[in-house]
Ligand binder design. Structure first.
Ligand SMILES: C[S@@+](CC[C@H](N)C(=O)[O-])C[C@H]1O[C@@H](n2cnc3c(N)ncnc32)[C@H](O)[C@@H]1O
Length: 290
């Protein structure tokens, strides 16, 4: 990746306010060779054993995050993977759960196309659709997985209502999410918040704390709700990993603007973590039996 692609330029134009920014604009611009991808086909921060990260540990961390969530779901059933990215996580789901049926939903059609071989290998049916209007029948699913995407959805409440609708009674939901615990008022935090919501195509009205997310899950009708804060095993080590990536030789071929943007974003995340603003959540919940 030695120059800007048309999709990256569209993302930059949207970021600069020339047009509305949405999740597909963001994710079309991140191909297989995305600098921040911890391993081919994964776009998550990873779940690391310690609060520090490096280049070598990234692929295992990416798989560990998916596996930790997927292990909560029933084996041999129908699994819905909402916002599946480039499909690498569906291979993990297939290997761990041997699902009878695996359906991967993603709003970014280009990612479903790019991940087609992985989806085929995982035996997954690919569907282009929105997490808040799932193209799936009611009571049809045994487990719903969503890795690191709920903060993108136009409404968590609508996403959770859809999960409750498509899951059968006793079905399990496992997802990871990014919470904003408080909004610090210092200028650096305000700039970091505004930059990140715009860059990642996040509607600032959907920003929510751990408590608010926990409440939304319960209000959607779920029971046995477990919410775990793991920012020290996700965001913090991922920042170290991305630092190392940017310092590595292959980053020298990157356009300077991309290196600058990468360093700025890491600096902003570290600042927001120090201010107690950013948190990463693992959430597990069940639909009650009648
Ligand atoms: C950070 S990426 C995570 C991708 C994948 N789960 C992974 O961990 O590699 C966020 C994903 O959410 C998807 N997405 C964003 N908004 C969505 C929506 N409303 N409905 C379905 N997918 C959405 C994006 O297309 C992208 O694949």
């Amino acid at each position: 990746m030695s120059s800007w692609t048309p999709a990256q330029l569209r993302h930059v134009a949207a970021f600069l306010g020339l047009r509305r920014i949405d999740a597909p604009t963001v994710y079309e611009s991140f191909g297989e060779d995305f600098l921040a991808a911890p391993a081919p086909g994964f776009l998550n921060l990873g779940l690391w054993p310690t609060p520090s990260g490096d280049l070598e540990g990234a692929p295992a961390a990416a798989r560990r995050l998916v596996a930790t969530l997927a292990e909560e779901l029933p084996r041999g059933g129908t699994i819905l993977d909402v916002a599946n990215g480039l499909g690498a996580q569906d291979l993990v789901v297939d290997a761990l759960l041997s699902p009878r049926r695996l359906v991967a939903v993603n709003l970014t059609a280009a990612q479903l196309v790019a991940g087609r071989q992985r989806l085929e290998a995982a035996g997954a049916v690919a569907v282009c659709g929105d997490a808040t209007r799932l193209p799936v029948a009611s009571d049809a699913v045994d487990g719903v997985l969503s890795v690191e995407a709920a903060f993108h959805f136009p409404s968590r409440r609508a996403f959770l209502a859809e999960c409750a609708r498509v899951l059968r009674p006793g079905g399990v939901l496992a997802f990871s999410d990014i919470a904003v615990e408080r909004v610090p008022k210092d200028p650096r935090s305000l700039i970091a918040g505004a930059t990140n919501t715009r860059f990642w195509g996040i509607d600032p009205r959907t920003v929510a704390s751990t408590r608010a997310i926990d409440r939304l899950v319960r209000e959607a009708g779920f029971t046995r709700v477990r919410v775990e804060r793991v920012g020290h095993r996700t965001i913090d080590p991922f920042c170290d990993f991305l630092d190392a990536r940017l310092a590595a030789a292959d980053a020298a071929t990157l356009p300077p603007g991309q290196r600058f943007a990468g360093r700025r974003i890491i600096g902003q995340w570290r600042h927001l973590r120090r201010r107690g603003a950013l948190e990463y959540l693992l959430v597990r919940a069940e639909l009650p039996e009648p």
